[in-house]
Design a protein around this ligand. Structure first.
Ligand SMILES: CC(C)(COP(=O)(O)OP(=O)(O)OC[C@H]1O[C@@H](n2cnc3c(N)ncnc32)[C@H](O)[C@@H]1OP(=O)(O)O)[C@@H](O)C(=O)NCCC(=O)NCCS
Length: 228
């Protein structure tokens, strides 16, 4: 009975990848696997967010999605995941990968683009559960996303944005060679906050000698969905 159930799950997973090939896209770094979470994994990922994404005295996001209760945070992770899947179009897409270490979810990283076929630029964002900060996972996951963007999609530049007081996010971008690309000023509640806009070109990224090895599987099947 169990064998039959497992075979059925495998068949359903195979059909899902045929219909939505992004589910077969896997980025492997030395310690991490980045991939779209399956329905049964998204709950575990949402629970990571529920346990906390940053210290209570920090507020790293403009959209205050981490301000609510643990249950509200978890629900936002679910809603964003479903939104990204349902809102997919060649003109505006968002790949919200779970970050897994030996099957355990640590957080999420997103690669998104508008009019990519013409513009050839991507943007990234990320969060890790609080327990996983400061071990180099954020840098390793970003390198995985950038490898997909520059070496497979054919992006010419990647953008990101971080508050000037977000030292961890700024640290990841600095290590990878992002260059200043202006400032944004926004309201964080009643507070005026300045963000650094940062930009990394393909040439600067490919020139980084300490890059960990990254393998990408399942990209060719995604070309149609990306308009490439
Ligand atoms: C931002 C985030 C993804 C970074 O991932 P991480 O795994 O913690 O970062 P890393 O360990 O890869 O650190 C990268 C660099 O930043 C530095 N850094 C990390 N945390 C730091 C901190 N709190 N203060 C100062 N520097 C810090 C590291 O020392 C490292 O540089 P080094 O190797 O030269 O020493 C993670 O901290 C996080 O999820 N934060 C909360 C959510 C968030 O801020 N998201 C981004 C919104 S723009």
């Amino acid at each position: 009975m169990r064998d039959l159930a497992l075979r059925l799950c495998g068949m359903i997973a195979g059909v899902l990848v045929d219909l939505w090939p992004q589910f077969g896209l896997i980025i492997m770094t030395p310690r991490l696997e980045l991939r779209l979470p399956r329905e049964e994994e998204i709950v575990a990922l949402a629970e990571v967010a529920a346990r906390g994404v940053h210290r209570p005295d920090e507020r790293p996001f403009l959209t205050p999605w981490t301000d609510g209760t643990p249950q509200e945070r978890a629900r936002i992770v679910l809603r964003d995941h479903w939104d990204q899947l349902a809102g997919w179009s060649i003109d505006s897409w968002s790949l919200g990968f779970g970050v897994f270490r030996q099957g355990e979810p640590l957080g999420a990283v997103t690669l998104r683009a508008r009019d990519f076929v013409v513009v050839r630029e991507v943007a990234t964002s990320s969060w890790l559960g609080l327990d996983y900060h400061g071990h180099g996972f954020g840098t390793e996951a970003r390198v995985g996303l950038l490898t997909l963007a520059f070496e497979h999609l054919g992006a010419v530049a990647a953008r990101t944005e971080a508050f000037q007081d977000n030292h961890a996010s700024q640290g990841v971008s600095r290590k990878l060679g992002y260059q200043p690309d202006g400032l944004s000023v926004d309201a964080r509640g009643s507070e005026r906050v300045v963000s650094d806009r940062l930009r990394l070109t393909r040439d600067n990224f490919t020139g980084w000698s300490q890059r960990p090895e990254v393998t990408v599987k399942g990209f060719p099947a995604c070309r149609d969905m990306l308009g490439l």
